[in-house]
Design a protein around this ligand. Structure first.
Ligand code: ATP
Ligand code: LTN
Length: 332
């Protein structure tokens, strides 16, 4: 293992599928930005993960570019961190195959994301969807990662990564560093605005259920006004108020106010005032990101430079680890 590495190593990835949601931002991307101060961060647009569903080639290329631009707009800083596209570093696909030989069919069958997605797309339950968590484990383990900033929906995949790495180390000695998850204090699971029992998902067909980071201010306010809330009229964090609790989590994550502070702020006021305040806090948080995004997204030369330098730097680290693994197995 590379003992010269002083700062903790951070790795995370996001799929280039149709823009990012407020859930992606609060659950993951805000921590991506924050961790750059104290850690050595590597961030990745996981294009290989995103082809478990059919993509138009031109749309996929555009989505990768737009995703990279949005990550930069959310604060990923190429002067301090590495930003690259997964498919540009072939070590990911290679380690994924190697690790798949140390991962059991039974443990992959238990993954809830696999079960959910195969129910959603019964016509295309491909092997890539099944082995998706193995590729994610390869992503993480290739960089001797200490911390993985993710939303809580990815906890199960990270546990699998730790299990596979531990198993491999059990056979061959101390090969992989075992990573830890890094989750936000509030907002680890932002829920749909139309159904507070399911997570806000970029693939949700109902546009009113999700806030996209590129949504215009009037659309954001409108979606919060239409958000499903619960019976009663008090803004209070109670078990029978999942809609209100979801809005409170969003508001708390963006303003730093605690739940008791929020309850006090809206005492005697109705849901209408509260929804408007939440909408406004989101508009305020997204305004600087949107103007950065609009500036960067059409600068193809800059994006190409960032991503090709990122791939080179990531590749150098990943290939060292891949050789270490190949030697242990007996492939070199
Ligand atoms: P899809 O909805 O198509 O499954 P997704 O929105 O989950 O996609 P990913 O690329 O799979 O997007 O996830 C990127 C990151 O955002 C992950 O760290 C994930 O945990 C986090 N994340 C996704 N949705 C939410 C959510 N609703 N709340 C908090 N974090 C989330
Ligand atoms: N599987 C994740 C995206 C992802 C990831 C990673 C996250 C791919 N590789 C490595 C953290 C670390 C998802 O679906 N959100």
């Amino acid at each position: 293992m590379d003992n010269n590495q002083k700062k903790p190593r951070v790795f995370s990835g996001i799929q280039p599928t149709g823009g990012f949601t407020l859930g992606n931002y609060i659950g993951a991307l805000r921590n991506w930005d924050k961790l750059q101060d104290e850690c050595d961060c590597i961030y990745c647009v996981v294009d290989l993960h995103s082809i478990t569903i059919r993509r138009e080639p031109a749309a996929l290329r555009r989505a990768v570019r737009e995703s990279a631009a949005m990550l930069l707009a959310c604060g990923v800083d190429p002067a301090r961190s590495i930003l690259f596209v997964q498919g540009d570093v072939s070590a990911h696909a290679e380690l994924s195959w190697l690790l798949s030989c140390y991962t059991q069919f039974g443990e992959l069958s238990r993954m809830t994301q696999f079960k959910d997605k195969s129910l959603k797309h019964p016509e295309n339950v491909n092997a890539g969807l099944f082995t998706y968590p193995v590729l994610m484990a390869a992503d993480i383990l290739l960089y001797d990662t200490d911390l993985v900033p993710i939303g809580s929906d990815q906890k199960q995949h990270l546990e699998l990564c730790r299990d596979v790495a531990g198993r491999f180390n059990g056979i061959y000695g101390d090969v992989f560093r075992i990573p830890e998850g890094y989750f936000p204090k509030v907002g680890g699971r932002v829920m749909s605005l139309q159904d507070p029992s399911s997570k806000m998902s970029k693939s949700d067909e109902n546009d009113n259920a999700k806030i996209m980071l590129t949504d215009a201010p009037d659309a954001i306010i409108r979606k919060f006004k239409r958000a499903i809330t619960d019976s009663g009229s008090e803004v209070r964090a109670a078990e029978d108020k999942p809609g209100i609790v979801n809005l409170m989590s969003i508001y708390s994550a963006l303003t730093g106010k605690t739940f008791p502070e929020i309850e006090r702020e809206f005492e005697g006021k109705g849901y209408g005032d509260f929804k408007l305040a939440v909408g406004e806090s989101v508009v305020d948080a997204l305004a600087p990101i949107q103007s950065e995004y609009n500036r960067i997204v059409n600068d193809k030369a800059y994006l190409n430079d960032v991503l090709s330098e990122g791939a080179q730097r990531a590749g150098a680290i990943a290939n060292r680890v891949l050789h270490r693994v190949r030697r242990k197995i007996g492939l070199e």
